[in-house]
Design a protein around this ligand. Structure first.
Ligand code: F6R
Length: 607
C-alpha cells in the first residue's frame, strides 16, 4: 500500500510530485505529503485526508525546490492523521516508505533508549531516525543507508532526501516495488511506471534488495550485497492518458463500460479466430501431465479463480485446490510434485498472493500467473505468464480485471483439456465460438444500465443484502456481495442458493433484498425453488436472468434485470455486468466515494 515518488529535477518539482501522487491515489488515500530541499532546508508539507487537502496546503504554503519526495498513504500503523503522514523527517533527512517494518517496536525502543523522540505512531519513522542517527554520527548517506537496511525486517520501498545533499535521493526496495524513471536531465523514482507516465516511459525495475543513489546524471544501482549492478531499461507502456476518466463520472463506471473492448482484446491473445482454436503463449512444460492445479488469489481475483475451478474440473478433469492467499501458506498445503500453481491478480503485487507464489516456487511448483500488470513482481517471477489486457484499472473496486481474468482462465482450462486429449477439435471450436461471443453479450448486458440505475433506489436503503447463485454463478454471488459492500457500505453476503436453508434464510424478512443470479439452464429450476423458499418468508427478490428465465419466474419480484441469453460458459462474464452496475448505482444513490471507498486501497502490498 502507499505510493511513493521522488524527482531529482532541473526545475521546481512540487507540482509534478503531486501529479505523480494523483496517479497513485489508487494505492492509498488516507493522507499525503511532500518534502523538497530548498536553500539548504527541508521543506515539508503534509495533509490528512484526500490529496486535494495537500494541494490546498501547498497553495497556501508552497514547497519550492528542484529535488523532492512525496507519498500517498494507506494507514497500517498509526491512524490516518497529519502527524502520521509521510514524509517523516529529522533535521537531516526526510523519508517516504511503502510497506511494513515488522520489527519497528524493538527499533523504536532502541531509539528511545538513545534519547530520540519520534513524533508519529508509524513504523516508518523509525527508519528515518535510524538513518539520521548514522548521518549525525558522521556517516555519508550511502553508508548510513547501507548500515540500516539489513536491520529492517518486513517489506519496504523507500525514498530518502538528505538536507545537505541536494543533488541526489536514495531509494531502496525489498518486498515492495520501486522503479527508476530516466528523463531528460532529470531522474525519477516511484512505486510504479504509471506514477511516472507523464514524466518518462524509460523505466528500470529494481530487483529485490536493490538500492540506488539517484542523480540527474550518474545514477548508481547496488544489489543487496552492496555490489554495483546494471539493471535493464525498458520502455513502459503506461500511458499518461490511461488514468483519465473521460466523459464518465467515475473510473469504476468507465472501467465497467470498457469490458466488451478489453475482454475482446484479451481473448485476442488466447484464441485464434482463423480456425477457432485456443492459442496460449509457448511454455516449456507439459501441461498434459498436470494432475492437480492449485489456485491462490485474494478478493475479486479469488472469485475469478473459484469460477475457473468449475472449468478446470469440467473440461480438463483436473482437481483444483483453491485458497485465499492470506490463508494458503499457514495451512501447510500439500503440493504435489510437478503441480501447477496458478496465481490470479490484477496488480501482480498483492503481498499475500506474492508470498504464496514464492512459497510454491520454493516447493517445486510450476508457477502460472494471470496478471494485469505485465511488469509486476508476479509477472516477473512466473514460469508461465498469462497477461490480461484490461489496461490500467484505477477504480478501487475491481471490474474489468475480473472479466478479463475469466476470459484467460476459460482459455487455459480449454487448452489443458485439449492437451490432455479430453476436448476434441469440434468441442474446442465450440468453446472458442462461445468465448468470442462474450464481447457482444457484454455490450448487450450494458444496455440495461439505465434500468439498473432506475432500480438502485430500491436497494440503497437496505442494511443487508443477500446474493445467491448456483454452480459457477455461486462465486458471482460472492463477487456481487463484495462489490456492493466495498463501495456502498451495505452489508452483503453471497451464498450458494441451496445453502440458504441451512442457516442464512433466518435472516430473511421484507427488509433484506435477495439478488438471485440465475441464467436459464439446467440449474435454473433448482435456483427458482430456493428463490421461492425466500419469497415464502417475505423476502424481496431481484431476479437477474434472461428473457426465458424472467418469463418463468420473474413475476412478483421486487425488480428484474434482463440479460441476453448466453451459453453457460460465458454466463459468469456477462452476469458480472449487472452485479457491478447494481453496486455502482446503489453507491451513487448513497453518495459514497465510488472510486476511493473508505478504508480501502487498490493494491494491497502488505500482508
Ligand atoms: C475488490 C477488489 C479486491 C482485489 C484484491 C486482490 O473489488 O478489488 O478484492 O480483488 O485486493 O487484488 P489483486 O487482484 O490486485 O491481487
Amino acid at each position: 500500500m502507499c505510493g511513493i515518488i521522488g524527482i531529482v529535477g532541473n526545475r521546481g518539482v512540487a507540482d509534478r510530485l503531486v501529479d505523480g501522487l494523483k496517479r497513485m491515489e489508487y494505492r492509498g488515500y488516507d493522507s499525503a505529503g511532500i518534502c523538497t530541499i530548498h536553500d539548504g532546508d527541508l521543506v515539508r508539507r503534509r495533509a490528512e485526508g484526500k490529496l486535494a487537502n495537500l494541494v490546498e496546503e501547498l497553495a497556501a504554503h508552497p514547497a519550492p525546490g528542484a529535488i523532492g519526495i512525496a507519498h500517498t498513504r494507506w494507514a497500517t500503523h498509526g491512524a490516518p492523521i497529519a502527524k502520521n503522514a509521510h514524509p517523516h523527517a529529522t533535521d537531516h533527512l526526510a523519508l517516504v516508505h511503502n510497506g511494513i517494518i515488522e520489527n519497528y517496536k524493538e527499533l523504536r525502543a532502541e531509539l528511545s533508549v538513545d534519547g530520540r523522540t519520534l513524533e508519529s505512531d508509524t513504523d516508518s519513522e523509525v527508519v528515518a531516525h535510524l538513518i539520521s542517527r548514522e548521518v549525525e554520527n558522521g556517516a555519508e548517506p550511502t553508508d548510513a543507508v547501507q548500515t540500516v537496511l539489513p536491520r529492517l525486517r518486513g517489506a519496504f520501498a523507500l525514498a530518502i532526501a538528505f538536507r545537505d545533499y541536494p543533488d541526489f535521493l536514495i531509494g531502496a526496495r525489498r518486498g515492495s516495488p520501486l522503479v527508476i524513471g530516466w528523463g531528460d536531465d532529470e531522474t525519477y523514482i516511484g512505486s510504479d511506471a504509471l506514477a511516472l507516465a507523464p514524466l518518462t516511459q524509460q523505466i528500470t525495475y529494481l530487483e529485490e534488495g536493490d538500492w540506488t543513489v539517484v542523480r540527474r546524471d550518474g545514477t548508481v544501482i547496488y544489489d543487496e550485497a552492496g555490489q554495483k549492478v546494471e539493471r535493464e531499461v525498458t520502455t513502459s507502456g503506461a500511458s499518461a492518458a490511461a488514468v483519465e476518466k473521460g466523459n464518465y463520472r467515475h473510473f469504476m463506471q468507465k472501467e465497467i463500460f470498457e469490458q466488451p473492448t478489453v475482454v475482446a482484446q484479451t481473448l485476442g491473445s488466447y484464441v485464434r479466430q482463423a480456425d477457432n482454436s485456443v492459442a496460449l503463449p509457448q511454455f516449456d512444460f507439459d501441461i498434459s501431465s498436470i494432475r492437480r492445479v492449485t489456485i491462490v488469489a485474494c478478493g475479486t481475483s479469488y472469485y475469478a479463480g473459484l469460477v475457473a475451478k468449475y472449468w478446470f474440473e469440467q473440461f480438463a478433469r483436473v482437481p483444483v485446490d483453491i485458497d485465499v492467499a492470506s490463508e494458503f501458506r499457514y495451512r501447510e498445503p500439500v503440493l504435489e510434485e510437478g503441480g501447477l500453481s496458478l496465481f490470479i491478480s490484477q496488480s501482480g503485487e498483492t503481498a499475500d498472493t506474492l508470498a504464496a507464489l514464492r512459497h510454491c516456487k520454493e516447493n517445486g511448483q510450476t508457477i502460472g500467473a494471470v496478471v494485469n500488470v505485465p511488469t509486476s513482481s508476479m509477472a516477473r517471477e512466473a514460469d508461465l505468464l498469462l497477461p490480461t489486457h484490461a489496461g490500467p484499472e484505477i477504480g478501487v473496486a475491481s471490474t474489468k480485471a475480473f472479466t478479463c481474468q475469466l476470459a484467460v482462465l476459460a482459455a487455459l482450462a480449454a487448452h489443458m483439456a485439449v492437451k490432455k486429449g479430453l476436448m476434441g477439435r469440434e468441442e474446442e471450436q465450440k468453446v472458442v465460438e462461445h468465448l468470442l461471443q462474450a464481447p457482444a453479450c457484454l455490450n448487450a448486458a450494458l444496455d440495461h444500465d439505465e434500468d439498473i440505475a432506475a432500480m438502485a433506489p430500491l436497494i440503497a436503503p437496505a442494511r443487508d443484502v443477500l446474493y445467491i447463485g448456483r454452480g459457477q454463478d455461486f462465486p458471482l454471488a460472492m463477487e456481487g456481495a463484495l462489490k456492493l459492500k466495498e463501495i456502498s457500505y451495505i452489508h452483503a453476503e453471497g451464498y450458494a442458493s441451496g445453502e440458504m436453508k441451512h442457516g442464512p434464510i433466518a435472516l430473511i424478512d421484507d427488509e433484506v433484498p435477495v439478488i438471485v443470479i440465475a441464467p436459464s439452464g439446467p440449474l435454473f429450476e433448482k435456483t427458482v425453488s430456493n428463490m421461492e423458499e425466500v419469497r415464502a418468508r417475505g423476502g424481496q427478490i431481484v431476479l437477474i436472468s434472461d428473457a426465458k428465465g424472467l418469463a418463468e419466474a420473474g413475476e412478483g419480484c421486487l425488480a428484474t434485470i434482463e440479460m441476453p441469453e448466453v451459453h453457460p460458459l460465458i454466463a459468469p462474464l456477462v452476469y458480472a455486468i449487472p452485479v457491478q452496475l447494481l453496486a455502482y448505482h446503489v453507491a451513487c444513490v448513497k453518495g459514497t466515494d465510488v472510486d476511493q471507498p473508505r478504508n480501502l486501497a487498490k493494491s494491497v502490498t502488505v500482508e
